[in-house]
Ligand binder design. Sequence first.
Ligand code: COA
Length: 404
Amino acid sequence: MAGLFPSTLIESTLINVVTSATLEAMNTTFIDVPPGLKGVAVADTMLGSVRGAEGFYHYRNHDAVELARTQSVTDIWHLLLDGSLPADEIASARFAREVGSGRVVDIDPVIVDAVAAATQAPHLALMSLLPLVAPEGRATTELDDGERRAMASRLAAVVPTLLAATHRRRQGLDVVAPDPDRGHAEDWVRMALGHDVDPDRVAMVEAYLSATIDHGFNASTFATRVVTSTGADVAAAMCAGVGALSGPLHGGAPALALSMIDEIGDPTQTEAWVTARLEAGHKIMGFGHAVYRADDPRSLLLRGVAERHGGELVERAIDIEERILAVMRAWKPDAVIVTNVEFYAGIVLHLAGLTPDLFTSTFTVSRVIGWAAHLVEQAANNKILRPSARYVGPEPTKGAAMVS
Ligand code: COA
């Protein structure tokens, strides 16, 4: 593993973590890595990976898309956190009940109101509210495995409750209490919208949540692991994930992708619209991916979900998607531009009845489960993640004390 340091990167050849001994042997202070850390493996993980060239990703040793088609969110949660799918229906129900109980929380409504009023979106409110659910703030690295697992899973479970409460209070609506007996996807939608949703729509949200729980070392997972590696408490590590996810290049994309379809309107306007955006230096939301060099399997999954639902919006979206891809591929002929998960995520969540201001929150409901598993893994075998930056400013002047 140590010592591999290829001058040219190909997707299947990762630059691996090197040991301090190797660094010394190389007699150099820095190892230069590609911009954006592309292709740099900074940890070993048992949780899963993304094989960009194959258009494939997996949770542990299971095909993630297959799981999203066949398993509940909580069964996949069990797989990531505890290493295997529940052994039988009894184990599945027991874990779902553990998660359901974890959704229940008692926070002063005055605090929820104040935070809801002061933040721009429900998912951002999490950065204030999550630490209140785990106020003791014990260092993640000081907890034993069982305590870490319990704390991380508990905080992941409470996320939909906090998101729904802040979403509703921002609109002056009553908070809907969690129902531990319901499925995680169903309860999230019910708490957020304030009413039951038909099973077909719940299934759409469940498929979305299941498909987006984990996805390699994406920015928010990496951020969570960096903060975990400092020994910070579980809530602090998860808040780091929330912050990273909130950016438009990560979890903020689905609402923007849906509004793009709205703005384009008639598919024949696509070419003009996209060209103008590209020429102005804007990103086209829902397209491109840092790792996929073949179709993003999550996009194919969600496109299938949308197609099964059908309707004018879906037909228009498919037409627009194909036109956007043609423009972008002509614009960057040397790059591989694919439709990413966010393009159909916006459509599927909209068809399920969720409003765009809940899209990033819905992504947070799923991805926090992945963060929980990564946090436990990082803390169990911790080494502080502390890279370097190459200074490129003017030569610093050393003070007199240093010179003498
Ligand atoms: N709009 C405009 N340009 C894009 C693009 C997009 N959607 N996707 C890729 N590109 C450009 C990149 O900026 C890069 O240009 P450069 O060579 O001038 O630097 C080139 O195409 C190749 O990009 P690539 O290396 O394949 O991807 P990346 O790692 O630079 O970017 C994203 C990955 C996700 C940040 C990028 O595709 C993006 O911003 N997409 C839109 C936001 C989005 O949908 N995010 C959700 C991701 S799941």
